[in-house]
Design a protein around this ligand. Structure first.
Ligand SMILES: Cc1cc2nc3c(=O)[nH]c(=O)nc-3n(C[C@H](O)[C@H](O)[C@H](O)COP(=O)(O)OP(=O)(O)OC[C@H]3O[C@@H](n4cnc5c(N)ncnc54)[C@H](O)[C@@H]3O)c2cc1C
Length: 328
């Protein structure tokens, strides 16, 4: 799709699980679709934060790896050829005589008959590792898109939450060494995974901070300095530092789209419609009494939203889509 001068029936803001399933569903309803995401890859929180973890509560899958679920959603949607606008942030929303327009970063405009916001918790920004400034992508990472990239490495994980311990446990079998550094004595992570890491003999350094990252002479990360409370300094080999310090999430420009915002989410009715005509929301970003933020919930909401959008765009259309099992 060349922007500007492009128009689709439905613009979906957010390519997480909810947006991807909505893209499938929109195609099933005969709607042309563009899916916008500020991240360079589809999959939302799953791809960014836990692609290698197993998920156990997606209907029909006793267990599915995050990455595999996202790949399957992309494949399912692909039959209807949605356009992906990845690495593009949706910044503005305005009405036209015959629909809406979404303004993207850089000023490009996408016109659409309706807009479905599946922006999850918004844009998420990892909390920085102060000493790691300048090392991002050169040995320091915030997420682990591929465990294999750390095979045979000395890995230092910084943080004390579930994600930090998840990476420790996942990398322990394949890395040369895994060390966890945490600035407090207590952990936020659940006790069982802390115990598991200890039982595996993972080196855990508490009350300590990474104060310096140094290269190995070739520009790549080689070692780090850790300062322990009381003044002791440790030098550790490290080809990889994973800064798992949590993240901040922000709905950003969407908060200025004139929607009703409730605790950093968008209020919707039972059709997933927002307070603005032809603007719908589904998934983690949609708020209503009793809301439960789960992948499974987002899937159901995507189907409800798209079927109602089909009727909003064509009042002669049926709300009930028919059964996909009857489709050719
Ligand atoms: C560590 C962890 C483990 C989890 N485990 C489970 C589990 O086992 N089971 C379960 O059901 N749920 C789990 N969840 C929650 C689950 O990941 C979320 O409920 C799900 O990802 C919500 O999907 P979504 O598509 O609504 O939003 P998201 O996955 O958040 O996707 C929203 C997308 O919108 C994009 N976006 C936001 N604003 C803009 C904008 N202005 N312009 C362009 N793009 C934008 C974001 O970049 C993001 O890619 C877990 C979450 C985490 C963090």
């Amino acid at each position: 799709m060349s922007l500007p001068d492009s128009r689709v029936d439905l613009a979906i803001v957010g390519a997480g699980p909810t947006g991807l399933f909505a893209a499938y569903y929109a195609g099933f309803r005969g709607l042309s679709t563009a899916v916008i995401d500020s991240l360079p890859e589809a999959g939302g929180q799953v791809t960014a934060m836990y692609p290698e973890k197993m998920i156990y509560d997606v209907a029909g899958f006793p267990a599915v790896r995050g990455r595999d679920l996202v790949n399957a959603l992309v494949e399912q949607a692909a039959q209807w050829k949605p356009t992906y606008l990845l690495g593009r942030k949706a910044e503005g929303l305005d009405y036209l005589d015959d629909g809406l327009e979404v303004t993207l970063d850089g000023g490009d405009v996408l016109r659409a008959g309706a807009v479905l916001i599946t922006a999850g918790i918004g844009e998420f920004t990892p909390r920085p590792l102060p000493a790691g400034d300048g090392w991002l992508g050169r040995g320091m990472v915030h997420f682990v898109p591929s465990l294999r990239a750390h095979e045979g490495q000395d890995v230092v994980v910084v943080g004390g939450g579930d994600s930090a311990f998840d990476w420790v446990l996942a990398l322990h079998p394949i890395a040369r060494s895994v060390t966890l550094v945490h600035r407090r004595a207590r952990f936020r992570a659940v006790e069982s995974i802390v115990r598991q890491a200890r039982e595996l003999g993972v080196r855990i350094i508490t009350d300590a901070e990474v104060t310096e990252l140094r290269d190995n002479g070739d520009g790549a990360l080689g070692e780090i300095t850790v300062e322990v409370k009381g003044g002791e300094k440790l030098v550790l080999p490290a080809q990889s530092v994973i800064a798992a310090l949590g993240f901040t999430a922000d709905l950003g420009p969407i908060e200025n789209w004139g929607l009703e915002i409730d605790h950093r989410a968008i209020s919707v009715d039972s059709t997933m419609a927002t307070a603005k005509p032809r603007v719908y929301a589904a998934g983690d970003v949609a708020a209503y009494p009793g809301k439960v933020k789960l992948i499974a919930t987002g899937f159901g909401e995507a189907a409800t939203a798209v079927n109602n959008i089909a009727v909003a765009l064509d009042p002669d259309a049926h709300l009930f889509p028919g059964h996909s099992s009857n489709a050719e």
